[in-house]
Design a protein around this ligand. Sequence first.
Ligand code: IPE
Ligand code: IPE
Ligand code: MG
Length: 264
Amino acid sequence: MADTSSTAAVPATRTLPRHLAIIMDGNGRWARKRLLPRIAGHRRGVEVVRSTVQACVQKGIEFLTLFAFSSENWRRPADEVSFLMQLFMLALEREVAKLHKNNIRFRVIGDLTRFEPRLIRLIAEAEQLTRENTRLTLTVAANYGGRWDMIQAVGRMLKDHPQLAAGFTEADLQPYLSLAYAPEPDFFIRTGGEQRISNFLLWQLAYTEMYFTDTLWPDFDTAAFERAIASYQRRERRFGRTSEQVRTAAAQNALPHATEGRAR
Ligand code: IPE
Ligand code: IPE
Ligand code: MG
């Protein structure tokens, strides 16, 4: 099982996030500013996904979760939705071998039932090929919604354990959530200027450090990534304790707080 819940126990904090979750927003505006069709922004966005994955690998971040398509994005014009699906398939076809070569495990979370069979097959093949990889787990959230996630988790849990209808704990539910294989995100980035969650990881972001930037996703280059990480590194994660408690604990080396870098 993944690490315990941040609301139930204090996870070890590190100087680097172990798990980074990103809402990649602003592709359409990036394109419009250049008098290009919105889809040009999505195309450019894929390149930034590539450089962000590389940056995470270089830094030693273990989990990267990207919001690619929300359960609400079906409301967009049909031709944009269809372009996004084509782009996803193309990216899978082109990039999966490279991900595998770089020891990256690939996962998709979300309700896949609405996708066309070819996309479902590509996803399954990519997950199967990369399942044993250990360097970075790259999760793409596609047709994902935080509320959908909680409801599907409760449903599957009760199917397996009908007696839990009388009452259950976070620990009972945890294995059924989409990201059960990952610790909760330490750090959340949203590009594009909006300061909202847009139904992304509602359960898992309970104690995540948040970072909002006006930089549009296609402009989110390595320097912008570094600025975000630097912001995370200045944060004090108290998890309900006082600042004094956190500092005393760190000074006494009583908590993994004082540990430099990643403790594996
Ligand atoms: C994010 O960029 C990508 C997806 C939602 C697929 P947008 O397409 O939302 O870009 P803006 O917000 O319109 O600029
Ligand atoms: C959120 O972006 C979803 C993704 C980035 C995939 P949106 O651009 O769809 O979000 P809202 O609707 O403006 O909040
Ligand atoms: Mg948007």
